[in-house]
Design a protein around this ligand. Structure first.
Ligand code: BGC
Length: 677
């Protein structure tokens, strides 16, 4: 629609009709205006697939078979692939499924930073690092929006814990905000062109995010030029005037007294009483109509709106290839993995976790999966009927005994352990990072019985691996990995897939080592102060020399890669980095090459290492490829609070290329000229 047509439509609307369009009039939709052919706006969770249908004015699940859907890898799993091509493809799947289910806005992706291993919603987020988050979020959003479905990037901003999530007041320095917590959102808006964004529940510096004009006006609209729609988290609004004037477009909530929402009748009265100018409402309607126009929801365009599709066979294939790249091989002594079953008769699978389905759990991210392959099912499917897969859950003292006896008898033993959505869950943080429910004892008993037993950890957050990490010869990690997750894990363990996942966060040795816990404050009380500042995740571990169990970016393969021939060339103000990577082993595989910048921090304290670029490439045995990366001035900069901008100070800089943050293979010092944005 032309701009003037939007204006004409806007001019035809009564105040009451406008008000109906800017607040929830059902749990997941706003009102349309039938007489003008404006449809309601339908939203749905969430990041791992389109949520089941709920009542219109209540949260009761509808009893229907029409809402089974494809179950996508969680965002942590997706981030483990370090593969933006998969992010694009998963976006396409999610967008098509949402549209296929008749939705206009899919409430995804969640891209908050993993500040602490304890956050219950870590599985919905991507990483402790803003560069990885941004580079995966952008193609994901683009993929979603190819389908006439809007992404809703959440939760803006600093929504990094579930404890007191509805009210906690986050105090964070401007520098940490700009360097750590905002870049993912900035990229989502400026590069991903996200059409909607969800304001978070929490407060930033004393004001709720959904009524925070610094976030919603100054940063989002003025700096980043966001021209989409800001939607509140469900029940995140607390004041009519502040929300209406603060930059929020649509208020959603959890109760069914829709007329009493802050931006419903209370706002209508304020406009009638001339306390709020109607132009304020018009601005929101303009944003909403523009969104509808982009989604082909208005006028003639509707005929050509993409119909989407859900549960397509192709979606399952795409999900499967993504989930195969999301499995991370953490350790593989004596080439214990892959397990070769040829000529074998038995395979022991131990641990309740092997037989659990996760799709419905986790809170708003839970879905009704068309199917979900558990690790046990995946192993049985891949092993075939000639192998006896013997399963022992190993629960309780007797179960542990049986598990140990089975492990002693069998040559090949896989223990599957980890968390489930009782722990990785919305609304609640974990209290520690230990494996729950006696799993440490079980693993220990199995390893005592058979020191070749392999351990697979399935969790959406880092867990404490110390009780077995030195003893187990092989360890694999995977997050909630979608409907094909169990098969993907099995194919890695049994060698049909060469693992290529890398960690999107650090596995610390213990919780007390983590910056938010050691230096900072977690979970805080009414207020939480991010005292660790920019030293989040590996930025802290590296800078302070704190030993970790598995570093950020770590992930092994069944083959070996050599890094050679680093070249750094100046290209105007930018630097072009080239490096050759060669598969020197005997299996084809994929390697993610990571480029970190290291600033000595002569004038201002800087994290020792910061990820600035990465690329994943496929290599046949013996094959070598040249990968190129571009580093801009921003790659060397830090945020200067006085100047209110990113600057490159006089300092010593080094470009470090490696296979993880602590496995740097090549490095080169470079001269970067001072720069002010
Ligand atoms: C969550 C959001 C979700 C919304 C709607 C809220 O509680 O924080 O992520 O999209 O509910 O279900």
């Amino acid at each position: 629609m032309e701009r003037h047509e939007i204006e004409e439509l806007l001019n035809k609307l009564t105040l009451e009709e406008k008000i109906g369009m800017i607040h929830g009039t059902g749990i997941f939709h706003t009102d349309g205006v039938e007489r003008l052919d404006i449809p309601p706006l339908w939203m749905s969770d969430g990041p791992m697939g389109v949520r089941r249908e709920l009542g219109d004015d209540n949260w009761e699940p509808k009893k229907t078979t029409g809402d089974f859907v494809s179950y996508l890898p969680s965002n942590t799993a997706l981030a483990c692939t370090w593969n933006p091509r998969h992010a694009k493809q998963m976006g396409r799947v999610l967008g098509a499924e949402a549209r296929g289910r008749g939705k206009d806005v899919i409430l995804a992706p969640g891209i908050n930073i993993i500040r602490t291993p304890l956050c219950g919603r870590n599985f919905e987020y991507m990483s402790e690092d803003p560069c990885l988050t941004a580079q995966m979020a952008v193609p994901l959003i683009i993929g979603i929006q190819e389908n006439d479905t809007a992404a809703c990037v959440k939760h803006f901003a600093v929504n990094n814990q579930e404890t007191n999530r509805l009210s906690v007041n986050v105090k964070v320095s401007e520098r940490a905000l700009r360097e750590i917590y905002l870049p993912g959102f900035e990229a989502a808006v400026t590069d991903g062109k996200a059409q909607t964004i969800m304001g978070a529940y929490n407060q930033l510096r004393g004001e709720f995010c959904c009524q925070n004009s610094y976030l919603l006006w100054d940063i989002l609209r003025m700096e980043w030029k966001f021209d989409g729609v800001v939607i509140s988290d469900w029940g995140a609004v607390h004041n009519t005037l502040k929300a209406a004037l603060g930059g929020l477009d649509i208020e959603m909530s959890v109760t069914n007294d829709f007329d009493h929402y802050y931006m419903a009748e209370p706002l209508c009265s304020k406009v009638q009483e001339k306390e709020v100018d109607e132009a304020v409402i018009d601005e929101k309607i303009r944003n909403i109509l523009n969104l509808m126009d982009r989604l082909s929801m208005l006028g003639d365009k509707r005929k050509n709106r993409k119909p989407g599709v859900y549960n397509a066979l192709k979606h399952r294939e795409d999900i499967r290839s993504c989930s195969e790249e999301a499995v991370v091989l953490l350790k593989n002594e004596e080439n214990r993995l892959p397990i070769i079953l040829e000529g074998k008769k038995r395979l022991a699978v131990i641990g309740e976790q092997a037989d659990v389905l996760h799709a419905p759990g986790g809170g708003s991210a839970g879905i009704k999966a068309l199917y979900e392959i558990s690790p046990l099912m995946g192993l049985k499917m891949e092993a075939g009927g000639n192998i006896k897969v013997e399963f022992e859950p190993g629960a309780g003292a007797d179960g542990v005994k049986r598990a140990a006896a089975l492990a002693e008898e069998c040559e090949d033993v896989i223990v599957i352990c980890g968390l489930n959505h009782e722990y990785d869950v919305e609304g609640q943080d974990r209290t520690d990072i230990k494996l729950p429910e006696g799993q440490e004892e079980l693993i220990s008993a199995v390893l005592n019985a058979n020191d070749n037993a392999v351990v697979a950890v399935l969790a959406g957050s880092p867990v404490d691996l110390e009780s077995f990490a030195d003893r187990a010869k092989a360890i694999v990690y995977t997050s909630y990995n979608g409907m094909e997750g169990g098969r993907a894990l099995a194919r890695v363990l049994l060698g049909n897939v060469n693992p290529s996942g890398k960690l999107p966060f650090t596995f610390p040795i213990c919780l007390e080592d983590c910056p938010a816990h050691k230096l900072g404050e977690f979970p805080g009380g009414e207020t939480v102060v991010y005292k660790e500042d920019v030293f989040v995740g590996y930025r802290y571990f590296q800078s302070e020399g704190v030993k970790v169990r598995y570093p950020f970016g770590h992930g092994l393969s069944y083959t070996k890669y050599q890094y050679e021939n680093l070249r750094v060339e100046k290209a105007g103000l930018d630097f072009c980095i080239k490096v050759d990577v060669r598969n020197s082993g005997t299996r084809a595989g994929l390697e993610t090459v990571q480029v970190y910048v290291r600033a000595a921090g002569k004038t201002v304290k800087r994290p020792l290492m910061e990820l600035r670029a990465f690329d994943k490439t496929e290599l046949e045995p013996g094959e070598s490829k040249t990968l190129s990366f571009c580093l801009t001035q921003r790659s060397f900069s830090y945020y200067n609070e006085e100047l209110k901008s990113f600057i490159v100070p006089d300092d010593e800089y080094e470009v470090c290329v490696g296979s993880s943050v602590s496995d740097i293979r090549l490095r080169q010092c470079i001269e970067v000229s001072e720069y002010e944005n």
